[in-house]
Design a protein around this ligand. Structure first.
Ligand SMILES: C[S@@+](CC[C@H](N)C(=O)[O-])C[C@H]1O[C@@H](n2cnc3c(N)ncnc32)[C@H](O)[C@@H]1O
Length: 267
């Protein structure tokens, strides 16, 4: 696989321990943001002749859902572990029109498609202008792009709460790097997209069906903060985390506020 120099760190993380954690927790992740899925699928709505490209497809839920009605859907990702699971799940679900490949979407020379989609897979590019220009090139004239990704760090309840409880600093980049809507419009227009439209969506982010499951999931997600703590600090941070998760437990599971952008654009 050819990877941009600016994405080498992302490859090491997603094709290493990061990808392994998300593959092991694929169901929890899918269930956690399930409230966003109907609006994303409705906005994408591929026609029966459409070729779809799912960017940063992970374990492939969106690829599978869209492949059911599209001509075909290709999911690309950096993580070989997540792609293996994506292929297994597409086979088990009987969706042969969903295909998967390991590729850096910033530089991969894609065959032309009618629709580019992504669910939380486009915020990690080392060079966003180059990456979105590559996605614009992948689209046939008149083709569409539909993206869902996190709004800014300060718009979320979940991540700032967890980082505060576990002693971490605010984290404006990473998954929240496309939080500023003006920045998103500038990058997408500069990459060749038109009719760029951002819709704000706010839904609960569910981190587990019960408190024990939520503690394990959030502690795994935040392992980089927890692992370096001295044992006594780690124990008290985890106690504080459990107390907060307990306060957020309800009939729908342990839920925190979250916010995403649903983005539509054309070339
Ligand atoms: C938060 S996960 C989302 C996965 C999936 N879209 C989902 O919603 O379940 C982000 C994904 O983006 C992928 N990714 C990050 N940078 C990428 C790149 N340059 N090219 C392809 N995939 C990338 C990661 O490997 C990871 O699987």
């Amino acid at each position: 696989m050819w990877t941009a120099e600016s994405n080498r760190d992302q490859l090491a993380g997603w094709d290493g321990p990061g990808g392994a954690f998300w593959a092991d927790n694929a169901d929890r992740f899918d269930a956690g943001i399930a409230a966003y899925q109907p609006a994303l699928v409705a906005a994408a709505a591929p026609g029966p002749g459409d070729r779809v490209l799912d960017v940063g497809c992970g374990t492939g839920l969106l690829t599978r859902e869209l492949a059911r009605t599209a001509h075909c859907a290709l999911g690309v990702d950096l993580s070989s572990r997540m792609l293996t699971l994506a292929r297994q799940r597409a086979a088990a679900a009987g969706v042969p029109r969903a295909r998967f490949a390991q590729a850096d979407a910033q530089v991969e020379p894609f065959r032309p498609v009618d629709l580019v989609v992504s669910r939380n897979g486009v915020m990690f590019f080392g060079d966003p202008p180059a990456a979105f220009a590559n996605l614009a090139r992948a689209l046939r004239p008149g083709g569409r792009m539909v993206l869902l990704f996190w709004q800014g760090y300060a718009e979320q309840e979940w991540m700032p709460t967890f980082r505060r409880l576990l002693g971490g600093d605010p984290m404006p980049g990473g998954p929240f790097s496309l939080g500023d809507p003006d920045h998103v419009r500038t990058v997408l227009r500069g990459a060749g997209f038109t009719e760029v439209h951002l819709e704000s969506r706010r839904e609960p982010m569910v981190v587990g069906p019960d408190v024990d499951a939520a503690v394990a999931y959030v502690a795994g997600m935040q392992r980089d903060l927890i692992a370096p703590l001295p044992p006594a600090d780690r124990a008290s941070a985890l106690r504080a985390l459990r107390t907060d998760l307990t306060a957020h437990a309800g009939p729908g599971g342990v839920a925190y506020g979250s916010a995403c952008w649903l983005v539509r654009a054309r070339v």
